[in-house]
Design a protein around this ligand. Sequence first.
Ligand code: NAP
Length: 361
Amino acid sequence: MASVDAKTRPPNVDLGALLLTGATGEIGSHLVLRLNAAGIAPAALLRRPLPPGAWRGAQATEVPGDLEQLAGSKPLPALERTLGRTRTLVHLAARVNLRGRGAAEMQRINVRAATELFRRAQAAGVRRFVHVSTTGAVGCNDRPVPLTEAAPYNLTRFRNPYFETKRAAEERLQALWRESPSSTDLIIVNPSINIGPQASFRRRAGTRRRRPPPHPGRWPYRLVCFWFTGGINLVDVRDVAEGILLAAEHGTAGQRYILAGENLTIRQLMARLQPVFGTAGPRVRLPHWTLRAAGSLAEAVASRTGRRAVWNRSLAALCGPYWFYDSARAREALGYAPRPFGDTLAELRAWISERARATVA
Ligand SMILES: NC(=O)c1ccc[n+]([C@@H]2O[C@H](COP(=O)([O-])OP(=O)(O)OC[C@H]3O[C@@H](n4cnc5c(N)ncnc54)[C@H](OP(=O)(O)O)[C@@H]3O)[C@@H](O)[C@H]2O)c1
């Protein structure tokens, strides 16, 4: 029997007309490509039109609309018209930032706009609403034991507006859904940290250019020799896109599904990076106070130079615990099957090498 390629498999359930928010972002772009491969061209809510050529052949119908307007409960006529014919809505758009900044904007975009969008989807008769949250709305552990969807939320101590607003959005959407469970199905997915080749339409369009990365194996990589206690979960961005689609097809209303990949201590992660990227491996153990001190120093330099600090105390505070997750529910109920971390690393290396070569050429 011919096997079906997971990348082109058409959805098992008729998702009907599909609307995405956040289609230009890291995950959204991969989701658009995945849907196109299955013959589906979604509608995409965009706050500004993409420049010509930015879709790079991907198929999506642009629907103008800014979540800021939604947060202010303003009318968005193009969105209203699209909602009227939408059967499945995937809400990805958010303000994503772990550095502890932008709390007011996050409250508007991540909480108020998400709540308003769900209300309008209910009013318009949308059948399925997939809300893309984060494992940062689940919790973390002081021991290296993976958390499930049932873990008690324990991240308030970090006072991180990203976690707080993503958690608050989940709670508000759940409350709205419980008030009227027979209208729009609410399904929540909680991806962990995404890695993999980038496809973001927005970045390719040149609106947020990043410096090209150095070629793997070259000297900057060889300087990476540290590790510290704690751990993270990394998942391939393409598996998250697939997981979102599976949740839209098979998810049970009112449920959350963790979309995670491999749990790795920082020491294990550094050991895995060594042969692929030519880093030095986990040689020097950094005590946590050095991470916090580096955060203070980077903030002081940033405030003098007016440049954004890549590292800061908010990020340093997240180092130490184990951000380990268990996707058993998504695997069993949805058929979610993330690829091995080693495969993603190898592809990431090839993608970075290609970008480094293209920039030099
Ligand atoms: N990336 C991860 O590792 C990760 C992990 C767990 C969960 N998540 C969740 O997954 C979702 C997508 O994340 P991502 O990494 O793909 O984000 P991203 O690359 O930062 O993209 C964010 C998307 O939201 C859109 N957006 C932001 N503000 C908007 C506004 N006011 N109106 C309309 N659209 C707006 C952006 O549009 P523009 O192109 O106009 O900026 C972009 O398409 C988020 O909900 C995030 O919390 C991400």
